[in-house]
Design a protein around this ligand. Structure first.
Ligand code: PBE
Length: 267
């Protein structure tokens, strides 16, 4: 029904992702601040969210999802962010690399790579798109690394080769982090490290680095999205600075939907 409110069209549901994601907390704050009391944020996963989006999009049905950039969904579908006049989702952010305390002493080469790792959104997108097109993440990452040795050599500058030292990287199964973590794992493997990737939820990822069971993660969305985790574990990790600049989170809908702003969800 075209005259139905946006809320009625989507059954007052926002399709979310895994409950530990910062964007879930941010969206709950949005529901509070915009007084969207009769709305529900549905928990799921990044993969379930993109599957729902794809299904709705192919049928031109209304849908609202928690979304972030960079992300391959923007190259695959015509989408828009809902305006956020209260600024609850915050401004542009950066993704930070986060190491356990003591990593520099124990694994100076890996530490150096993590510290120097930095790439533009366009590069991350290339890897994400390969994976979305069905390539195995490890394969997509190694192809990208092979084709981008100029950039990779800036990350490995000054890092010595090692002989099978073990490194464990934590990551959450968000498309952005699947891409970045596999790329860094490839680079470390090429340097001689024996790299283990440990897929966890967001809380355990930050806690693992703080406790030292994970050597590092490269998935710290700051200053806002992961502010809680950052504050909770402050002092128990080393912030190696940003590896990608200008990310964004928000509510995302298909272009064909007649809605502009989060304010419009109130009607
Ligand atoms: N994300 C992608 C994460 C950070 C990376 C936006 C889904 C989050 O909300 O915590």
């Amino acid at each position: 029904d075209e005259n139905a409110t946006i809320g009625d069209q989507v059954d007052h549901k926002i399709i979310g992702i895994d409950p530990g994601a910062g964007i879930m907390k941010a969206t709950n704050n949005v529901l509070d601040e915009y007084e969207l009391d009769d709305w529900t944020l549905v928990e799921g996963s990044g993969a379930a969210m993109t599957a729902s989006l794809k299904k709705a999009y192919n049928r031109e049905e209304p849908i609202i999802v928690t979304g972030w950039s960079p992300h391959w969904k923007f190259s695959e579908f015509d989408l828009k962010y809902l305006e956020d006049p209260k600024g609850t989702f915050g401004d542009k952010e950066n993704i930070h690399s986060i190491a356990r305390n003591g990593l520099e002493e124990d694994h100076p080469s890996a530490h150096k790579v993590l510290e120097q790792f930095n790439w533009p959104e366009s590069a991350m997108n290339e890897v994400m798109v390969k994976i979305t097109d069905g390539e195995d993440p490890e394969q997509a990452a190694s192809e990208w690394v092979e084709a981008n040795q100029d950039m990779v050599s800036e990350w490995t500058d000054g890092a010595k080769e090692v002989d099978g030292d073990k490194i464990t990287l934590g990551y959450v199964a968000w498309d952005t982090e699947i891409a970045s973590t596999n790329v860094v794992a490839t680079v470390l493997t090429d340097l001689g490290y024996d790299v283990t990737l440990s897929q966890v939820e967001a809380g355990p990822m930050w806690a693992g680095v703080a406790e030292g069971s994970l050597d590092a993660h490269i998935a710290g969305w700051l200053p806002l999205t992961h502010a809680d985790y950052y504050e909770k574990f402050e002092g128990q990790f080393e912030d190696l600075g940003s590896n990608l600049e200008g990310t964004k989170i928000g509510l995302v809908v298909p272009e064909y939907m007649d809605v502009k702003s989060i304010e419009d969800l109130k009607e």
